[in-house]
Design a protein around this ligand. Structure first.
Ligand SMILES: C[C@@H]1O[C@H](OP(=O)(O)OP(=O)(O)OC[C@H]2O[C@@H](n3ccc(=O)[nH]c3=O)[C@H](O)[C@@H]2O)[C@H](O)[C@H](O)[C@H]1O
Length: 499
């Protein structure tokens, strides 16, 4: 397979672990093929990332870029996991202060391409100044992005009342028979989290990032959501390149001494018997959610491994938020791990049978990629949309909440857990999830060999042979003739190199 030693790419992910990890996976795929990749993030985040494999270090450089000071944000806060959700907008304003030093880096490096995230919506103008093209890497799936809508909708923000968001959008054709929409309580929570004087709203960041890029690459595959990918391309009026699921290489996550303790407990459990429970890196449960989740686990009478982290900036330890006597009552079959956990190592252990997740897209991919049935427990962001999509594909079951306030009862938690893990009615879900392990792996292989059949090549050809060359001729993209084609084929054939 050809290598691309001439191309240079700068990569600029948002400061959340759920963004840094997939951006690094893509960077490693590209570096493997000889593309020079410069990955920009803060010093603390560099220390948190898995080590770069030695054989890639000549092509993959981590550029440490300290965040300038911003009043109201602790200097030590360099990731969304370092601040409470209420401080996320301010952290994004602080991230925007990286614009000038990023411009200087692009001047020095003169890359062919820049791959960026929704928070760096200012990249297109900086890329154009140095004659580079730019690709927006969307870390949500196509169904969620379609629901969120085209750039004009995101920037114009025409949907304003909670009811506007609790229905399938007008741009989704009836024949899709979509059930992917927010529940009313999710919208109320989302709208309450928007603070007017907190800089550029996320919707404007998303819309501008989509509008300003040469194309959108998305962490998904035609095998998983072809109709949504096609509809999204029409909505955006530009090419959408699905780059596969970018499975993390489980061996590179060593897990350290924490893993030794966890593994010794997991080794004592029966195969497929344990429910892994984790809520991502930036979605802390409320006191009610944690209380009902704990009671639901207790009454399920099933073995579980629960991962919890202290909420940054909180005066209460998450341990003190658990129900009195909970740890003692479940000690015969439950383990609670406090702090960052080696998630992909845990999910790949044979004793894990299912995964209760907050529905962050990385976690859903990791769970399904290992054939784990999902118990869907969305908390914020686009997680509710992901939950409805996964439930619609019969790959898991969503924990029911009461409308209109979204209140949670432990009985609903227990019911969803037992259905997914052990009950006869859940056998179809478990079988579907097991099959996904195969499908995800096959999809990865397709991407690797540059699928000749199917939509993958078509979308690549479309960008290569028609749209991109036309744009090249009009000089709209300013990317090196041929460079785009080479890079695209590299991107598509390299991403998700299997796991
Ligand atoms: C894309 C978007 O980014 C955010 O990601 P968040 O960190 O919350 O969750 P994941 O996407 O699962 O990403 C979390 C990532 O961190 C890893 N991990 C997490 C906790 C831990 O203790 N140990 C780990 O290894 C995990 O394996 C996964 O790769 C938003 O929620 C959003 O909803 C999501 O779709």
């Amino acid at each position: 397979m050809e290598t691309h030693t001439s191309l240079k790419a700068v990569v600029l992910p948002w400061l959340a672990m759920g963004h840094l990890i997939p951006f690094l996976e893509l960077s490693k795929c590209l570096a493997k093929k000889g593309i020079k990749v410069y990955f920009i993030t803060t010093p603390k985040n560099i220390a948190r990332l898995p080590k770069i494999p030695l054989d890639l270090s000549s092509n993959l450089s981590l550029i440490s870029s300290p965040l300038p000071h911003l009043e109201g944000v602790p200097n030590e806060a360099e990731s969304s996991m370092d601040v409470p959700p209420t401080m996320q907008p301010k952290l994004k304003m602080r991230f925007d202060l990286l614009r000038d030093c990023t411009a200087g880096l692009l001047e020095d490096l003169r890359p062919d391409w820049v791959i960026y995230d929704f928070t760096s919506h200012w990249i297109p103008s900086l890329s154009a100044k140095v004659g580079a093209s730019c690709a927006y890497l969307a870390l949500f799936n196509a169904a969620s992005l379609t629901y969120l809508g085209p750039p004009c909708e995101l920037i114009g923000n025409y949907r304003s009342t909670p009811e506007d968001f609790a229905v399938v959008p007008r741009w989704v054709p009836m024949e899709m028979e979509s059930k992917i929409t927010y529940h009313l309580h999710e919208v109320v929570k989302l709208l309450h989290s928007v603070d007017e004087d907190m800089g550029t709203p996320d919707t404007v960041r998303f819309g501008s990032s989509i509008e300003g890029c040469d194309f959108v690459c998305i962490r998904s595959a035609y095998e998983f959501e072809s109709k949504w990918l096609e509809l999204l391309s029409k909505l955006y009026g530009k090419s959408i390149i699905p780059i596969g699921f970018l499975f993390p290489n489980f061996d590179e996550f060593d897990g350290g001494e924490k893993w030794v303790l966890l593994e010794s407990w997991l080794d004592k459990q029966e195969k497929d018997s344990v429910l892994y429970v984790a809520l991502g890196s930036e979605s802390p449960p409320s006191q009610e959610e944690l209380t009902e989740l704990a009671h639901g686990l207790e009454h399920s009478n099933l073995p579980f491994l629960l991962v919890l982290r202290d909420l940054p900036g909180s005066t209460r330890f998450v341990l003190d938020m658990l129900p009195n006597g909970f740890l003692d009552r479940v000690s015969d079959r439950g383990l609670v791990h406090f702090g960052w956990a080696p998630q992909v190592k845990i999910l790949s252990h044979p004793s894990i049978g299912g995964f209760l997740t907050h529905c962050g897209w990385n976690s859903v991919i990791e769970g399904l990629g290992l054939g784990r049935v999902l118990v869907l427990f969305p908390i914020m962001n686009e997680q509710g949309l992901v939950a409805r999509m996964v439930a619609g594909k019969r790959l898991g079951v969503e924990v029911a909440r009461d409308e209109p306030d979204g209140s949670l009862r432990w009985e609903s938690v227990t019911k969803a857990i037992r259905l997914a893990m052990v009950e006869k009615e859940g056998e179809e879900l478990r079988a579907n999830a097991r099959k996904m392990k195969v499908d995800f792996a096959t999809s990865s292989q397709n991407h690797c060999i540059g699928a000749k059949e199917g939509k993958m090549t078509a979308s690549l050809d479309k960008v290569d042979d028609t749209e991109r060359n036309q744009q090249n001729k009009q000089g709209q993209l300013g990317c090196p003739t041929g460079g785009a084609c080479l890079w695209l084929s590299a991107l598509v054939s390299l991403a998700s190199t299997g796991y």
